[in-house]
Design a protein around this ligand. Structure first.
Ligand SMILES: Nc1ncnc2c1ncn2[C@@H]1O[C@H](COP(=O)(O)OP(=O)(O)OP(=O)(O)O)[C@@H](O)[C@H]1O
Ligand SMILES: [Mg+2]
Length: 312
């Protein structure tokens, strides 16, 4: 994380320098241009051309100069914006990679180490002819193997979210919810927007699916819930997608602590990358609600046709 922090500071410094340079150029450039043009006009053009032609040349030179200057400034700003977007994507990928490594270390690697120990122990029992005792130990080993299998499946599922979008957002989400229910026994209901609207592009779809996936992973890991409701509604010009569980909840202090927990931070980054935000609301004993808010409709049709889907 320190490497990431350092890189972020470097990038911010570079960006500030680029803007400073642009500021100097936009301040000094036009003044210099006018000064040179005026000098040429006064000391040369006015002596060799009639006044009407001098004025015409001055107008033309000003037009060409202004167009070239404005195109330069805009292309510079565009370049800075593109670099910033590419950098953000790269940082997000890096954070995900770090998270995956940490997940593998905390989950998979530790589970496998425990399984190894258990199997070693089993072997000793079998060698010693203590078959009844070995049989008793077997369910523990089986459950540890299953746990590791789940971890791997979950990580692959997260990584492949974008590949499953061919059937549309809501169908994909319902399938994701059904898979989660099958794996965990937690009932998940999905209430889409009216008429199954998908008022966003594919990139946003992928980000929403991944945020919901992380919220469901948290339900599996922390909530001890029996039900989850994923419900989308229009609220003024925003779409709100709530992921509400009926589990044990947590204190807000516990929730957004980013020193050791990255899930909520990554959810927020994902939402922000598509212009939205995530709210986390939880109380001990009262369940948890993660709300993704996406400001989408600037007036127009979409807001007008919107309809609040009845909550369950
Ligand atoms: N649905 C939930 N029910 C109960 N507690 C939750 C729920 N979601 C989050 N929490 C609490 O909020 C904390 C932060 O969640 P977050 O997803 O950021 O981290 P994490 O799940 O602990 O680790 P990771 O970085 O692997 O996601 C969790 O450790 C947990 O205590
Ligand atoms: Mg988490």
């Amino acid at each position: 994380m320190t490497g990431e922090g350092g890189r972020q500071m470097d990038e911010e410094k570079r960006e500030r320098q680029r803007y400073r340079r642009l500021k100097v150029i936009t301040t000094v450039g036009p003044t210099l241009f006018v000064a040179v043009a005026e000098t040429i006009r006064y000391f040369y053009l006015r002596l060799v051309l009639p006044p009407a032609s001098v004025s015409l040349v001055a107008v033309l030179v000003t037009l060409v100069g202004a167009a070239a200057f404005s195109s330069y400034v805009f292309s510079e700003v565009e370049r800075i914006e593109q670099e910033r977007a590419a950098y953000k994507d790269a940082m997000m990928a890096l954070r995900e990679r770090e998270r995956l490594a940490r997940e593998m270390h905390d989950g998979l690697a530790q589970n496998l180490a425990a399984i190894n120990l258990k199997v070693h122990h089993l072997r000793k029992l079998v060698d010693a002819g203590k078959l009844d005792q070995a049989r008793e130990e077997l369910p523990g080993v089986q459950s540890a193997v299953y746990q590791s299998y789940m971890e791997v499946r979950q990580s692959l599922y997260d990584l492949n979210a974008s590949k499953r979008l061919t059937e549309g957002f809501w169908a994909t989400l319902k399938k994701q919810a059904a898979d989660f229910s099958k794996q965990t026994g937690v009932l998940v209901r999905v209430e889409p927007l009216a008429d199954n609207q998908e008022p966003w592009n594919e990139l946003t779809s992928v980000q929403i699916l991944r945020i919901i996936q992380e919220a469901l992973t948290n339900v599996r890991k922390h909530a001890q819930a029996s039900q989850v409701l994923i419900e989308a509604t229009w609220q003024d010009q925003e779409v709100a997608i709530r992921v509400a569980d009926d589990g044990r909840g947590c204190s807000l202090k516990e929730g957004p602590d980013r020193a050791y927990h990255f899930g909520l931070g990554i959810m927020q980054e994902r939402a922000q990358s598509v212009g939205g935000r995530v709210e986390f609301d939880s109380k001990p004993g009262r369940g948890t609600v993660v709300t993704i808010r996406l400001p989408l409709g600037k007036g127009g049709d979409r807001g007008g046709k919107s309809k609040i889907v009845a909550s369950g």
